[in-house]
Ligand binder design. Structure first.
Ligand SMILES: *[C@@H]1O[C@H](CO)[C@@H](O)[C@H](O)[C@H]1NC(C)=O
Ligand SMILES: *[C@@H]1O[C@H](CO)[C@@H](O)[C@H](O)[C@H]1NC(C)=O
Ligand SMILES: *[C@@H]1O[C@H](CO)[C@@H](O)[C@H](O)[C@H]1NC(C)=O
Ligand SMILES: *[C@@H]1O[C@H](CO)[C@@H](O)[C@H](O)[C@H]1NC(C)=O
Ligand SMILES: *[C@@H]1O[C@H](CO)[C@@H](O)[C@H](O)[C@H]1NC(C)=O
Ligand SMILES: *[C@@H]1O[C@H](CO)[C@@H](O)[C@H](O)[C@H]1NC(C)=O
Ligand SMILES: *[C@@H]1O[C@H](CO)[C@@H](O)[C@H](O)[C@H]1NC(C)=O
Length: 517
């Protein structure tokens, strides 16, 4: 009790109070640690100014749980020795650029609305869970010799390349759970090959893992790739073969590369919730004798059951995991996927697929909620209300920004409709009702379509008549040909007859000449 009271007195003594525009902000100092409460954008500069004379002494500055929307880099200039800056649970929408704080080792930006993080390469620990981050930049000439720990769960990272090179160097711990990564190349972490110990990629959309430069993480102990879209556990997993905890549950795994080997000191191995071929599992367990027992223990610890609970009517097991006797594993799965895709596109997904989809969405939402709760801080009602006000203002501003775009596209659409109507000789009034005009255009097109169809059927009729005539003509020709032949024959006969007559005439004439009159 005594020590508590002493502490309270001490705090009261070092407490600096600044009052600006009726807002009261407190600076609490404990040695090199400073905490500022009740500070807003409008008075931050002033409050920092008030401790400027002791700035070199400040190693930790805690501004968490305020309603700060942005910070001015210049305000932090005097705080050259700052090692820890806590900006968590504010309302930062605009980029926070901390690149000039070259001794900064720890930054906490959890629970804001940031899209981008910019820090000096001295950074060792970066907390930025629960934001909207799609880019992280580490920059500067003095990288820390200590390895980095990066916590970025529940953000919008789409690829490891969204981290600048310096951020990917000498990383020991990387948590990117619940982001939007769809492809991973282990080589993208090649500058952490000797440092990476834990890699968390749960709840992304990863369907492919590559390892173009054949990186091997020599210190890795934990890799969590659960709830992704992987279908094949390929040779690339050789990169994490020292891992003692591997989680690939809830993927779409069918096959495992047959030559994969795992650490002999592995303690946790989770492949539940996949659609593996029995044979591939059998081969893996044969090649890695330690694995079957570990897998069994993992399932038992997680579910209190010896075997995984299989979905639907699959009841075959290899080790503790459900499996299927697929003859042509990928072909079988591909056909199933094609069917699914078709039913999704045709708008009639089966009950089962709908459930699966909903389950995945629910899982993501629950995980996001859990991560938010994990970093939740207690803030008073006034601060909460101010935060909400700023959030609403931001949303309003964003909508207002979008409004002209929507309006523009509406106007250009209206222009196209009016032009089309004019081309179709539909009368357009001064202030046309676009919907009514659209209806007239559709009607006109329908009319034109029918007309066109009529023309086409007329043309077809004409063509048929022509065709008939042609056939008739051909028959006529045949008939004439025959006639000509007949005439020829007749003519020939006539010629023969005539020739005969000429001969008889000549014979008669000779006889007449010879006979005496
Ligand atoms: C930052 O402040 C929050 C709330 O006070 C606290 O929970 C968190 O541990 C602090 N972060 C660091 C890195 O000290
Ligand atoms: C998140 O970031 C994206 C851009 O990356 C932006 O379009 C979106 O509005 C942001 N969402 C929030 C809630 O800030
Ligand atoms: C593997 O990940 C899933 C989903 O994230 C989790 O429920 C499960 O407990 C993890 N397995 C182990 C052994 O930790
Ligand atoms: C697995 O290893 C064996 C023996 O080293 C080799 O013959 C075989 O081609 C390998 N299989 C694959 C798929 O790499
Ligand atoms: C489960 O069994 C039923 C009837 O035997 C079959 O129609 C259905 O396709 C099976 N489901 C799966 C996912 O194999
Ligand atoms: C803060 O608000 C909650 C509900 O919004 C209310 O129950 C609580 O009493 C309030 N606390 C104070 C100190 O006003
Ligand atoms: C009639 O027959 C003679 C002799 O056979 C022949 O020279 C002549 O060309 C024929 N005339 C006609 C019109 O066929």
């Amino acid at each position: 009790m005594v020590s508590l009271r002493v502490c309270a007195v001490f705090l009261a003594l070092v407490c600096v109070t600044t009052t600006v525009h009726g807002a009261v902000s407190h600076v609490n100092r404990q040695g090199v640690k400073y905490k500022i409460d009740k500070v807003t954008d409008g008075i931050l500069s002033e409050v920092l100014q008030s401790i400027r004379h002791e700035a070199h002494n400040v190693k930790e500055l805690d501004l968490s749980g305020n309603v700060l929307k942005k910070i001015n880099e210049a305000d932090f200039q005097p705080f050259r020795n700052l090692e820890l800056l806590n900006l968590s649970s504010n309302v930062f929408y605009e980029p926070v650029d901390l690149r000039s704080l070259s001794k900064l080792q720890t930054v906490d930006l959890n629970n804001n609305f940031l899209q981008e993080v910019l820090v000096a390469s001295s950074i060792v620990t970066l907390h930025a869970a629960n934001n909207n981050i799609s880019q992280v930049i580490c920059e500067g000439k003095a990288p820390s010799p200590k390895s980095k720990r990066i916590y970025l769960a529940n953000n919008k990272i789409g690829s490891l390349l969204d981290f600048s090179n310096e951020c990917r160097r000498n990383v020991e711990y990387l948590d990117l759970s619940l982001n939007e990564i769809d492809m991973v190349d282990f080589s993208e972490l090649s500058d952490s090959a000797h440092s990476l110990k834990e890699l968390y990629l749960r709840l992304n959309f990863i369907f492919d893992i590559k390892n173009r430069q054949n990186v091997a993480f020599q210190q890795i102990t934990k890799i969590d790739l659960s709830s992704n879209k992987l279908a094949f556990m390929g040779a690339e997993f050789g990169a994490v073969k020292t891992a003692t905890s591997i989680n690939l549950s809830n993927n779409k795994l069918v096959l495992i590369e047959e030559n994969l080997t795992f650490s002999t000191s592995i303690t946790s191995f989770d492949l539940r919730g996949n659609g593996l071929q029995c044979d591939t599992l059998k081969k893996m367990f044969n090649k890695n004798k330690q694995l079957k027992g570990v897998a069994g223990a993992t399932v038992l610890a997680a579910t209190n059951q010896k075997l995984e609970q299989c979905s639907q009517n699959i009841t075959r097991y290899t080790g503790p995991f459900c499996c299927e006797d697929l003859m042509a594993p990928f072909a079988d799965r591909l056909i199933a996927l094609k069917r699914k895709q078709h039913s999704l596109i045709s708008g009639q997904p089966s009950e089962q697929e709908r459930e699966e989809c909903e389950r995945e969405i629910r899982e993501r939402q629950m995980a996001a909620e859990a991560i938010r709760n994990q970093y939740k801080t207690i803030i008073d009602n006034e601060t909460r209300k101010n935060r909400e006000k700023i959030q609403l203002t931001e949303q309003k501003n964003k909508l207002e920004e979008e409004l002209p775009i929507v309006q523009n596209s509406y106007e250009s659409f209206q222009r196209i409709v009016v032009e089309t109507a004019r081309e179709l000789q539909i009368s357009v009034t001064e202030n046309p009702d676009v919907l009514a005009l659209m209806r007239s255009i559709i009607q006109r097109f329908e009319y034109l379509y029918i007309e066109e169809q009529n023309k086409q059927s007329d043309a077809i009729r004409d063509w048929e008549m022509y065709h008939q005539k042609e056939i008739h003509q051909k028959e006529e020709n045949e008939r004439l040909k025959k006639l000509i032949v007949d005439v020829d024959v007749a003519l020939n006969n006539a010629n023969v007859t005539m020739q005969g007559l000429i001969q008889q005439e000549q014979t008669l004439a000779e006889k007449l000449k010879k006979s005496p009159n």
